[in-house]
Design a protein around this ligand. Structure first.
Ligand SMILES: Cc1cc2nc3c(=O)[nH]c(=O)nc-3n(C[C@H](O)[C@H](O)[C@H](O)COP(=O)(O)OP(=O)(O)OC[C@H]3O[C@@H](n4cnc5c(N)ncnc54)[C@H](O)[C@@H]3O)c2cc1C
Length: 395
C-alpha cells in the first residue's frame, strides 16, 4: 500500500537546474518542494560566464544538437525574460599567429547562424579596418580580421531567482537553508530527513530529483538505495572582475599558451574575464581561483588589451560537472546527463552537468523522463511562453 505522500517530487538543490525543474513540475501541476542548503544560486549558478548562448566553441567538438537546442532556448529566453537576457555584440579578433584563421571563423559563424535559423539576430559581419582602432583598445598589431556577431548575456543568480519565483507562483514550495541529510525508500515512498536551522524535519516524497550540481555525487550517496551516478569529473572555472569598462561589447580571444577561447564581457560597468579549466578533486564548498589561473587570465587579457588595467577587483571560481574521460576538459561534452534508477518506474533522477542556457529544455526532459511515475495532474502553464517575474525589490 502506498502511504500518503507530502509531495510528488522533492527537488534537492536550488541552482538553475533545481529551480528549472521545480518550475516545470509546478507548471505541469505537480506537488513540488525544492530544498536548498544555502540560498538560491549559491553554487555554480552564480559563477558562470553569464552567457545565454549556443556556444560557438562547441562547434569544434561537433556538439551540434547542444548548440542548436541552446540557440533555440536563447530565442525563448529573449521573449520570456527580456528584463534578464539581452543580446550584446561579440567580437572575435583573428591574428596572424592564431590556430583558427579568418576562414575557419567565417565557417564557424556561418554554421552558428544556420543553427540559429538564419534569424536577423544571428547574422555576423567582418569589421572594416577603419573601425579596428575603436575597439576598447584591442591590440591591432598582427590583426587580420575582426568578426562581430551577437549572443545573449544575463545575470545568472538573478535568472535563477526569477525561475524559482515563477515556480512559487505556479504553486511549488521551497525551503532555503535546508539540507537533505538522508532519504530512504520505504513503504513505496522516500522518507526524507532534512536539516533546517539545526532542526531535523522529515517528510515523504514520491520522487527525488538530485539537482545538487557539484554536490550531486555526495547527495546520491545520502540516498538508500544510492542514486545511480556515473563517474563524473569536477572541473574548476575561474573568472576575474577587472576595473575597466568594455563599451563595444564582448570579446572572444584566443589564449596563446593553450589556444583556448577566453571571454571578456561587459559586467556591471566593469569587465568579466574568464574562464579557465582545472581538474578539481577538493570539496566543492572550498573552490577558489588558483594563482596560476589568475595569472593565465591576466596574461591573455594584457596581450589583447595592452593599455588596460588587468588588476582584478575580485575573482571567483565555479565547478563544471563533466563526463569523466580522458583528454582536455574543453574538448569534453557539455551535454547534460540524467541518470535514473528505473526506466519504467523512476524514483530518483540526477541532473549532472549541462548549461545555464538550456535549463528550461533540461527541465522538460526531466519531466518527460519522470512521467511514468508521476500522478495525473492538470497542466497550469507552458514554460516556453510564460514570462519570468521581475524582482520588484530590486527596482
Ligand atoms: C566557470 C563556468 C562558466 C559557465 N558559463 C556558462 C555560461 O556562460 N552559459 C551557460 O549556459 N552555462 C555556463 N556554465 C554552466 C552552468 O553554470 C551550470 O550548468 C549551471 O549553473 C549548473 O547549475 P546546477 O543547478 O546544476 O548546479 P548549482 O548551481 O551548483 O546548484 C546546486 C545547488 O545544490 C545545493 N546543494 C548541494 N547539496 C545540497 C544538499 N545536500 N541539500 C540541499 N541543497 C544542496 C547547493 O548549495 C547549490 O545551490 C558555466 C559553468 C562554469 C563552471
Amino acid at each position: 500500500m502506498v502511504e500518503r505522500v507530502d509531495f510528488d517530487v522533492l527537488v534537492i538543490g536550488c541552482g538553475i537546474g533545481g529551480a528549472g525543474v521545480a518550475q516545470a513540475l509546478a507548471a505541469a501541476g505537480h506537488e513540488t518542494l525544492v530544498v536548498e542548503k544555502k540560498e538560491p544560486a549559491a553554487g555554480t549558478s552564480s559563477r558562470s560566464s553569464k552567457l545565454i548562448h549556443g556556444g560557438l566553441r562547441y562547434l569544434e567538438t561537433m556538439e551540434l544538437r547542444l548548440v542548436h537546442e541552446s540557440l533555440r532556448e536563447r530565442k525563448i529566453m529573449l521573449k520570456i525574460a527580456p528584463h534578464l537576457v539581452r543580446l550584446i555584440d561579440f567580437h572575435i579578433p583573428v591574428y596572424g599567429d592564431m590556430k583558427r584563421g579568418p576562414w575557419t571563423m567565417r565557417a564557424g559563424l556561418s554554421l552558428y547562424s544556420l543553427l540559429a535559423g538564419f534569424r536577423k539576430d544571428s547574422r555576423f559581419c567582418s569589421l572594416p579596418r577603419s573601425e579596428w582602432d575603436d575597439l576598447d583598445g584591442l591590440r591591432t598589431k598582427g590583426l587580420r580580421a575582426v568578426y562581430r556577431y551577437q549572443d545573449g548575456a544575463t545575470d545568472d543568480a538573478l535568472l535563477t531567482r526569477a525561475v524559482l519565483a515563477s515556480s512559487i507562483e505556479l504553486g511549488a514550495q521551497h525551503s532555503l537553508n535546508t539540507e537533505l541529510v538522508r532519504a530512504e525508500w520505504k513503504q513505496d515512498c522516500w522518507q526524507v530527513e532534512l536539516l533546517r536551522e539545526n532542526k531535523t524535519e522529515t517528510l515523504k516524497a514520491r520522487i527525488l530529483v538530485n539537482a545538487a550540481g557539484p554536490w550531486a555525487a555526495e547527495v546520491a550517496q545520502r540516498l538508500h538505495p544510492a542514486a545511480p551516478c556515473p563517474q563524473v569529473a569536477l572541473v574548476a572555472g575561474s573568472h576575474l572582475e577587472l576595473p575597466g569598462a568594455l563599451n563595444k561589447g564582448a570579446f572572444y580571444v584566443e589564449a596563446q599558451h593553450d589556444r583556448r577561447a577566453v571571454f571578456a564581457i561587459p559586467w556591471k560597468g566593469h569587465t568579466l574575464l574568464g574562464t579557465t579549466e582545472r581538474p578539481y578533486s577538493g570539496e566543492p564548498d572550498k573552490i577558489i581561483p588558483s594563482q596560476e589561473e589568475i595569472d593565465y587570465l591576466r596574461t591573455v587579457f594584457q596581450r589583447h588589451f595592452p593599455q588596460a588595467d588587468s588588476t582584478p577587483l575580485t575573482s571567483w571560481a565555479g565547478l563544471r560537472v563533466l563526463e569523466d574521460g580522458k583528454g582536455r576538459a574543453f574538448k569534453r561534452s557539455r551535454e547534460v546527463l540524467l541518470p535514473i534508477d528505473d526506466a519504467h518506474n523512476p524514483r530518483v533522477l540526477s541532473i549532472l552537468g549541462g548549461k545555464l542556457t538550456a535549463y528550461r529544455a533540461t527541465a522538460e526532459r526531466v519531466l518527460a523522463t519522470l512521467a511514468p511515475s508521476l500522478p495525473r495532474a492538470e497542466r497550469k502553464a507552458d514554460t516556453s511562453t510564460l514570462r519570468l517575474p521581475e524582482d520588484k525589490s530590486r527596482a
